[in-house]
Ligand binder design. Structure first.
Ligand code: GDP
Length: 340
């Protein structure tokens, strides 16, 4: 496949009170720090920048330490806000959060007045270890307070998105995926393509992943469940491992438990692969769950994007050639979208 000329370049800053988890989130998501190592992070005293290399998303982020008066008129706030797409405000839900809410309100009003095009996303963070009920109540309370107080000062129309996050599970990557997607002008086209692909090939859920960051840049229109994201996100690791072990071009079929008809499929695939022009037809990989009922389908779009699908009932493996064909068409369209 031709390399995609333009990569996505989302830029954002993390803000919030001291110890709310700004450095941890930035380092876990952008720099791949193991979450447990965040315990030993030093406090931040200056703006810390981070960039993700090697991924499709050319992430650029910065963490703003609390003591910097970035909203004051004398501060050169353009140096921070003039070039970014989103401010991510992090609230520590395991701590007293009323002071954080009043700072968030100040920031929301400041952005609405000075940088109205910047998205504001709120992470109600450190939800690990909290009961479901407490999590839900905190989420509702924070959202309600912020919306009420913004309405009181005349900014009720300012739209803010809220997410429950923790660096110790997949929720932080799910939330970051949604923050990033809002910054991609290609999102509506990608969603339409994925939704059509799902309908044509009886796919239950399809994600287009940035392989390195495991952030999904689009999914189809069906409801998004954290469980589906977790399964697919773990599957991205399978792809990376298989690629490292065998190289993608030599890989055919399932690496694990497979029903008998798949043997034939593998042979068919091998023939197809041998007869194809080297590298022009992308290779897909399927894996069955142990009952043989459902299966996963994965395909590399290019060296930094992967399509991962949970196949629905009725998408039998006999249709694999058709599915591969439709996915080829999808991949071509994705490449074109990013070339426009
Ligand atoms: P900052 O001052 O906002 O940059 O906060 P840090 O990133 O230094 O984090 C402060 C503390 O919160 C560290 O001990 C982290 O390990 C912890 N922390 C960060 N994220 C989470 C999370 O999702 N859950 C829990 N339980 N602790 C977290």
């Amino acid at each position: 496949l031709p390399p995609m000329r333009r990569k996505a370049n989302p830029r954002f800053v993390f803000m919030g009170m001291r110890r709310c988890g700004k450095s941890s989130v930035q380092k876990v998501v952008v720099q791949k720090l193991p979450p447990a190592d965040s315990l030993y992070l030093e406090p931040t005293y200056k703006v810390e920048h981070a960039t993700m290399h090697g991924s499709f998303l050319h992430f650029e982020s910065a963490e703003i330490p609390t003591q910097l008066p970035v909203l004051s008129p004398s501060y050169d706030h353009a140096s921070i806000f003039s070039n970014i797409g989103a401010v991510i405000w992090i609230i520590d839900s395991q701590d007293e959060y009323f002071s954080s809410i009043s700072e968030l309100l100040r920031t929301a009003v400041f952005l609405a007045k000075n940088y109205p095009s910047i998205n504001l996303d709120v992470f109600i963070h450190k939800t690990d270890g909290l009961s479901e009920e407490y999590k839900y109540d905190t989420f509702r309370e924070v959202r309600q307070r912020v919306q009420d107080e913004l309405s009181d000062v005349g900014y009720g129309h300012r739209s803010i998105s809220y997410y429950q996050t923790s660096i110790f599970d997949h929720s932080i990557f799910e939330a970051m995926s949604k923050v990033v997607q809002k910054l991609l002008p290609q999102l509506p086209s990608l969603e339409t393509l994925l939704t059509k692909l799902c309908a044509t090939c009886r796919i239950q859920k399809a994600y287009l992943f940035d392989t390195v960051s495991k952030i999904y840049i689009a999914t189809d229109a069906s409801p998004t469940l954290l469980k589906d994201y977790e399964v697919c996100s773990d599957y991205v690791d399978v792809i990376v491992d298989i690629k490292q072990l065998y190289g993608w071009q030599e890989q055919v079929g399932a690496p694990s438990t497979s029903p008998p008809q798949q043997q034939e499929q593998q042979e068919e695939d091998e023939q197809r692969q041998n007869s194809s022009d080297a590298g022009l037809i992308g290779e897909s990989i399927v894996t069955y769950d142990k009952t043989g009922d459902g299966y996963m389908f994965a395909r590399e779009v290019n060296d930094s994007l992967s399509l991962i699908c949970i196949m629905g009932k009725g998408s039998s493996v006999e249709k694999r050639v058709l599915i591969d064909y439709n996915v080829d068409v999808f991949v071509d369209a994705v490449v074109k979208i990013f070339q426009v």
